[in-house]
Write a protein that binds this ligand. Sequence first.
Ligand SMILES: Cc1cc2nc3c(=O)[nH]c(=O)nc-3n(C[C@H](O)[C@H](O)[C@H](O)COP(=O)(O)OP(=O)(O)OC[C@H]3O[C@@H](n4cnc5c(N)ncnc54)[C@H](O)[C@@H]3O)c2cc1C
Length: 386
Amino acid sequence: MMAGLLFARAGVKTLVLEKHGDFLRDFRGDTVHPSTLELMDELGLLDEFLQRPHDEIRTLTGRVADEKITIADLSHLPVKCKFVAMMPQWEFLDFIADKARLYPAFSLRMNAQAVDLISDQGRIAGVKLADGSEMRPRLLTISADGRGSILRAKSNLPLRDLGAPIDVLWFRLPKGASDFRETGGTFGSGTFIVQINRGDYWQCAFVVPKGAAAELERRGIIAFRNDVARAVPDLADVTGTLASWDQVKLLSVSLDRLDHWSRPGLLCIGDAAHAMSPVGGVGINLAIQDAVAAANILAARLAAGDNADDLLEKVQDRRMLPVKLVQGAQKLVHDRILTPLVVREAVLDKVPFVLKLFKYLPILRRIPARVVGLGFRREHIRSPEA
Ligand SMILES: Cc1cc2nc3c(=O)[nH]c(=O)nc-3n(C[C@H](O)[C@H](O)[C@H](O)COP(=O)(O)OP(=O)(O)OC[C@H]3O[C@@H](n4cnc5c(N)ncnc54)[C@H](O)[C@@H]3O)c2cc1C
């Protein structure tokens, strides 16, 4: 959607296809990072954007062995908005779509599922849709269809699977009597639960070993409620609101990337080019940065009506480094923290030394804040406005 906005803004006739009829799904993360908020500011949209319902998160907290430790503090970031805006993704996408529609070059088609690529003399010439129709853009097809990307699969671009030892069970719980209100994670013995403060409710992520969800579902919702209450005792008074397994969504985690993000006529961006783990909650940010880089590099050429196939690799050249750095960090967290803790069920009965450092040296909290809030090689809007 962001790529659609930026290309249309530059005067490139752009059609965004979305397979669903609306954006009303709450399992893709709700985080709008300081770097994305900066982009909103550069587009002159920030004030209006912040009028949409959102919560502001300024610190991230870890709870281990009954101790609360602030591990990220965004208040020192050198940007206008020193917080992560938690905005339901449908609000965010609706906002971007509304702003994109102001440009005559933009259109959005809902209920339009791409099922295959069209090849024409070795070049990708568009997509086939589930209803049998075809879309043949004159200049470029962008695959931004997420981590299960069908277009990436059909492109035969080689995929490097980095492996992910975890899956996530995603559910909501009302706020209970506890006065704990901070967004963050609770490390227990063999468990890790992330709680995101969403006003009157918690969005919770229960991290489980890959493939373990089927057994948890078989044990039933009451056993699951008990698991949650054991992992985070101050949620015990609200777990009863989980009445059935339908309230728990399994999100299968993948960590992978393409070695080549493009073929003549086709460019993959976002999770389609590099599926991100939820660790750090930065995948949306990276996808948006890809869109900005793609528009910066390609929009002027496309707006002139010229083929930009020779520029496609430049988008990958620009974005591969941040992707590798973030995926490397996510893999480190998978291997060094989540595998011992959740997969091998290590017992954590005292605060690990590394976390203690964050307690006694608050300046360290700026490092995760910077990585999560701004990422690496930050993009700025350089594409033209027609
Ligand atoms: C459990 C979990 C939690 C996460 N939490 C966070 C978080 O808090 N913060 C964060 O930044 N990241 C988070 N992530 C990562 C984040 O969801 C992704 O990195 C990000 O959404 C990628 O954006 P995207 O636009 O590339 O793909 P997506 O957000 O997946 O968007 C792809 C879009 O394409 C549509 N689509 C798919 N296939 C087709 C098709 N064939 N035809 C037409 N349309 C199609 C989809 O309906 C969707 O709207 C999380 C990931 C997981 C697994």
